[in-house]
Ligand binder design. Sequence first.
Ligand code: DLZ
Length: 511
Amino acid sequence: MTLLHLVLGDQLSHSISSLRDVEPRGAQVLMAEVMAEATYVGHHQKKIAFLFSAMRHFAEELRGRGFSVRYVTLDTPDNSQSLRGEVERALAATGATGVVVTEPGEYRLLEEMRGWQAHLGVPVEIRDDDRFLITQSGFSRWADRRRELRMEYFYRDMRRHFGVLMAGADPEGGQWNFDKENRKPPLKGLAGPRRLSWRHDAITSEVLELVEARFSHHVGKLRPFHFAVNAEQAEAEFEQFVTEILPSFGDYQDAMVAGEPYLFHSMIAAYLNAGLLLPIDVIRRAERAYHDGAAPLNAVEGFIRQILGWREYVRGIYWRFMPDYAGRNALEAHRPLPALYWGGETKMRCLGSAVQDTLEHAYSHHIQRLMVTGNFALLAGLSVDEVCEWYLAVYADAYEWVELPNTLGMALYADGGLMASKPYAASGKYIDRMSNFCGGCAYSVKDSTGENACPFNSLYWRFIAVNREKFRGNHRMANIVAGWLRMDEMKKQAILARAEDCLVRLDAGTL
Ligand code: DLZ
């Protein structure tokens, strides 16, 4: 009996559960480039090129291991351009009598797959994705026992369970979290090291031409294209991170520098989320760097918290609360996404720079995402749906399981505090402290009123004023709301007038 093993574009791991316990000879693998997946949001051109090239390389590796792989390129004649259609065609062509697939990372596709068995008339087995360190049911068991689902406590339990950075029953270094040591502002001239970049082989060159021909209307710049496209290259990039970059990662985790899109960040999210790297491997490698004395604890703990804590936690939140989660909009934010998010002109240096980095690289680092593009969207009350769609489209690492909780929950507080104990709202003062943007900006970060005032300042206070009733019960917001209520009435009016002026200009494309 031959089964059809479907491998999706973000399942490029040889240990993926859909290929587990399978004798390569006699097994039939299906991989398919389809318009349905390439266009359900308007993915960045680099994201499509990265995935198609990585998929094609992975198919070659599988063939090298003896698998029979049916690989359908986007331009294959008769490509039905949907995953179900390609499964249907493959079943007919190969005579396979059942389908095996690892659960997808997005709710919409899982829902669709649940209907495949009835439609196709053969058994469809959907296996757990055990590249993640906790299953959906494991997360649910953890969550069922708690009133509040805070990441910090989840992370501690994961450290204990996996014995990562532990000294017996205690955390290594006597503390679970070294976040306070990870917030150094950038020194003058701070710059990250030069990163590895890869020559295009024949596969990547062909994919780049395909993306140029078929997706040039999508967001972002395709070239130069520098992504790793197989596990070997991704591992080499990660090794460079551990040996040259990780030691500085902790200190400058929250710093932003104009013209330095990567600084000391690992840049591995796209590889992890597509399956070229495995979370447990990168966690153990970083831990080893600490034990070997090659990287300090604040850096290693900060890195491991992102993978073992945050990444697993957001996935758990996503699956526990979908599909209801996607419809949440606790602060009733509906303003249309302005053109500047698609590269339109802005005089705001920090925002313009974060957007330009995003369009150029399909990447920006987490503080730009959270405290610049995210913070601005929160303060300006931008439509939750449109902002979430933007984040899903523009980042090479974005799939809904990771994007939605990070955007809707963390950045926009649209889940009403399920994930974050208070909104990540900040005025220009935060950006000034953590970056070198404000010095060269057209706006004055010292001012909240008048037409030169940094828009973040007036919008911050407007956000507090508009939502003060909603924040009344939140003890972490009480002082801020009280600060607004105490403020001189004339000053309040001037701030609100400036905020309205900013919003008018935002909509007009002149902010
Ligand atoms: C993101 C993406 C794109 C652009 N194209 C494909 C594709 O052609 N074929 C495929 O199998 N997967 C693709 N993907 C990744 C899927 O969208 C991803 O597997 C689901 O969103 C679930 O995470």
